[in-house]
Design a protein. Structure first.
Length: 389
């Protein structure tokens, strides 16, 4: 007859022996301190230290000096270092070797550095079917903004810039960056910027994916001075400029800026930005007005009155008859007559080193009725630049 108690006791003893064997295997280290190289260990410690300060570099230099001395003593492993006396090491080699001895014996504590991964404020979606209208795209963008603004509100940030990326069926990616005039987390204002841009957006290929990212920034608080001002509604101005740009084109809306050239009336359009120049430095007075009293300037013998040139923008085309390469008669829809006096030609040119090279000859002409005009000739074509008054 089988004795169940004996069988249970044998099973218990076998399991206990197996547990002891597993515990001994777990407790026993895979390699002892005698097999760990002292130089390799502290070299790995140096590589793990990401600090680039001068104090960290000095400490690493001292550790290398201590390792050199220990190698001369015949100390090459952590086990050999841990077997030495702590007080005697410190008396001979200083405090650095005491820290090394504590690390070898497991008595030092290394502070754990918490590194937060950078948070990405981006949402994307791939459509199951190709879309050709703006309604599904606007629906997804509205959901993106709701999710992104919730995350921004949780860490007390606002949106400074929006980046819209649209992927088409031909694998091309359309990207547009929206500069927000006044950083905000208002969903309606942000969505209105995207909606205004997509109203006149057209593409030859269908859309398969869309992504929206936000560049966050801390809310800006600014206290203006007594003579300073700001826009009442920057978002409304930005929306109006966006609508005008969509209607007229980017080359017709913005701020005209003179180009770095001597060519008359050469300018380019740049995006409009609101920058109010403070006049606090000169006591609130405008620095555009020249100094001096008007009567004092008028009484100066060096002061002379010169006629002002009223420019035509753009220049008006004209027909000019030449007499021995000198203008003799001019005719235009608004003025015509014989030329009784002229000054010129004044030759100017520029950009001769590229395809935008230009050259022109300017003349100041006086007609028989007393009118003074400024004209120029370029590539055989005459144009009137303005009239002197």
């Amino acid at each position: 007859m089988l004795d169940f108690y004996d069988a249970a006791e044998k099973t218990k003893n076998a399991l206990q022996a197996l547990a002891n064997t597993q515990r001994d295997w777990l407790v026993k280290p895979k390699c002892s301190l005698e097999h760990i190289s002292l130089a390799d260990y502290f070299e790995r410690m140096e590589r793990s230290d990401s600090s680039k300060s001068s104090a960290a570099r000095d400490r690493q230099s001292k550790i290398r000096q201590v390792l050199t001395i220990l190698h001369k003593w015949g100390i090459h492993t952590l086990g050999q270092l841990a077997a030495l006396d702590r007080e005697q090491l410190g008396a001979r080699l200083g405090p650095e070797v005491i820290q090394m001895w504590e690390r070898a014996n497991g008595q030092s504590n290394r502070v754990l550095k918490l590194i937060r991964p950078p948070e990405s404020f981006e949402e994307s979606f791939e459509f199951e079917n190709e879309i050709e209208t703006a309604e599904p795209l606007l629906f997804m963008l509205r959901r993106f903004l709701e999710q992104l603004t919730i995350r921004l509100s949780g860490i007390y940030l606002v949106a400074k810039e929006l980046t819209l990326r649209i992927t088409f069926t031909n694998k091309q990616i359309y990207e547009r960056i929206f500069k927000i005039p006044q950083p905000t987390k208002d969903i309606d204002l942000l969505f209105r910027m995207l909606h205004t841009h997509l109203e006149n957006f057209k593409s030859k290929h269908a859309i398969v994916a869309v992504a929206l990212s936000v560049q966050p920034i801390k809310p800006v608080r600014e206290q203006f001075g007594l003579f300073e001002t700001t826009l009442r509604n920057p978002h409304q101005l930005s929306e109006t400029l966006a609508r005008l740009t969509a209607l007229l084109g980017t080359d017709r809306v913005g701020t005209p800026v003179l180009e770095e050239t001597h060519r008359p009336d050469a300018f380019q359009m740049e995006p409009f930005t609101w920058n109010w120049a403070s006049t606090a430095g000169n006591g609130g007075r405008s620095s555009a007005t020249p100094g001096g009293h008007p009567k004092a300037r008028g009484s100066s013998p060096l002061h002379t009155f010169r006629p002002a040139l009223r420019r035509f923008r753009p220049s008006v085309s004209a027909s000019v008859l030449l007499d021995e390469d000198v203008p003799a008669h001019i005719r235009n829809t608004d003025l015509r007559g014989k030329i009784v006096g002229q000054r010129g030609p004044y030759l100017i040119s520029g950009n001769w080193w590229d395809e935008k090279s230009w050259t022109r000859a300017e003349w100041d002409l006086q007609l028989e009725n007393g009118e003074l005009v400024r004209c120029h000739e370029s590539e055989g074509t005459w144009e009137i630049d303005g009239i002197y008054y």
